[in-house]
Design a protein around this ligand. Structure first.
Ligand code: 6OG
Length: 154
């Protein structure tokens, strides 16, 4: 006799921008140590589309519209000896962002490709210290004068 399988409904959403695909590295839980698209369990009363959008936002901070979603597949995954079957709803979406996000280590920031004022106030930003500042620019690259003052409150 084969045991009845419990069905777990999951979403999996891949965000594409041109020739690049956004992946997330799973730090914990099922699939730990693997790169994947974003997704998770569909809640009771939730549509798979709403779950796909919610999971993407929760896991990456990226927000996409309902109408941008393209449903590509329904896949079933069975693991031998498991009493659970994974039903994965696969989606893709294309984004056209004005900014291209990228994480930098705080000791390796690309100041030569940032605004000239940034290197002056970044130490306070990184230390989360409050400040007021004023910068005067001669041109887009050159600061003629500035001041920065730490404050207790803004
Ligand atoms: P949480 O446990 O994080 O949801 N997922 C799979 N993705 C791929 N590419 N292959 C598989 O083959 C997968 N099995 C599950 C679906 C799990 C997430 O992992 C995906 C969900 O997005 C076995 O809530």
């Amino acid at each position: 006799m084969t045991a009845e399988l419990t069905r777990r409904v999951l979403t999996l959403l891949f965000v594409r921008e041109g020739d690049r695909l956004l992946l997330g590295y799973k730090k914990n839980g099922f699939g730990k140590g693997k790169w994947n698209g974003f997704g998770g369990k569909v809640k009771d009363g939730e549509t798979v589309e709403a779950a796909a959008i919610r999971e993407l936002e929760e896991e990456s901070g990226v927000i996409v519209s309902y109408t941008s979603l393209k449903k590509l597949a329904k896949m079933e995954m069975e693991f031998e000896g498991w009493n659970e079957l994974l039903e994965i709803h696969l989606f893709t979406t294309h984004t056209f962002c004005e900014m291209r996000p990228k994480w930098f280590h705080i000791t390796d920031l690309p100041f030569s490709e940032m605004w000239a004022d940034d290197s002056h106030w970044f130490p306070f930003l990184l230390a989360e210290k409050k400040f007021i500042a004023k910068f005067q620019f001669r041109d887009m690259e050159t600061i003629s004068s500035f001041f920065i003052k730490l404050v207790d409150d803004l």
